[in-house]
Design a protein around this ligand. Sequence first.
Ligand SMILES: Nc1ncnc2c1ncn2[C@@H]1O[C@H](COP(=O)(O)OP(=O)(O)OP(=O)(O)O)[C@@H](O)[C@H]1O
Length: 246
Amino acid sequence: MVRLEQVTRRFGAVTVALAGIDAAIGRGEFVALLGPSGCGKSTLLRLLAGLDAPDAGRLVWEGGAAPGAGEIGFVFQDATLLPWASAARNVHLPLRLAGRRFEDGAASVRELLARLGLAGFEEAKPAALSGGMRMRVAIARALVSRPRLLLMDEPFAALDEFTRNRLQDDLLALWRETGSTIVFVTHSIYEAAYLASRIVVMTPRPGRIAAEIASPLAEGGDRRTDPAYAALVREVTETLRAVMPS
Ligand SMILES: Nc1ncnc2c1ncn2[C@@H]1O[C@H](COP(=O)(O)OP(=O)(O)OP(=O)(O)O)[C@@H](O)[C@H]1O
């Protein structure tokens, strides 16, 4: 879908957020960007979203053009919902920004909310929803325009472990159903190993890709208790230990 060629992004005189990144993201992949704070994960996501531009190097998109605003879904760590609007209106927002009336998109909004376990909560305001439910609304909002590319910046970091596990399962199921391309930023080795088809390990100062690990986990089955998952967690842990500057 996109290739990054020698992508560099600096902030001020000293901060090299990304230093000569070469990478590719294939259509239908679930890529986890894993690394400690400050290694440039969010910066890389913002470049993919077209919210920022490299100082040097380039992004080469399949078909020659970067996806338009409606073709990218973005989910942040905070659900960032409009507090005065219902769950349904929040999910509809990208369609409204594209000039579509609420009535025209209502069916797909309702369907997505149901798919994410929120049937019956269409009219609820964000304050009446739990953190996990608010994140589900944010994910539905990111999916409503059927984006080619879903970018997620630590979307589950603020959730409790039970909610996080359930949302991870839902996200995996959605990815398998839709075949969409996902780039997912995380600090968590466990989360990266559980979700991704490929883990891109980044190191800070300057931000670089230090290693890439393809997931050997099979589709289906219970990954959490799969010995291959435990082995992958160990491999990623050892890789991080080997590449991280002391
Ligand atoms: N707009 C900005 N202005 C100045 N410096 C920035 C800006 N955005 C990022 N940086 C710097 O670039 C580096 C990489 O930041 P980035 O947010 O991409 O890292 P990250 O890996 O996503 O970190 P975290 O996991 O803490 O979110 C950091 O040193 C950060 O301070």
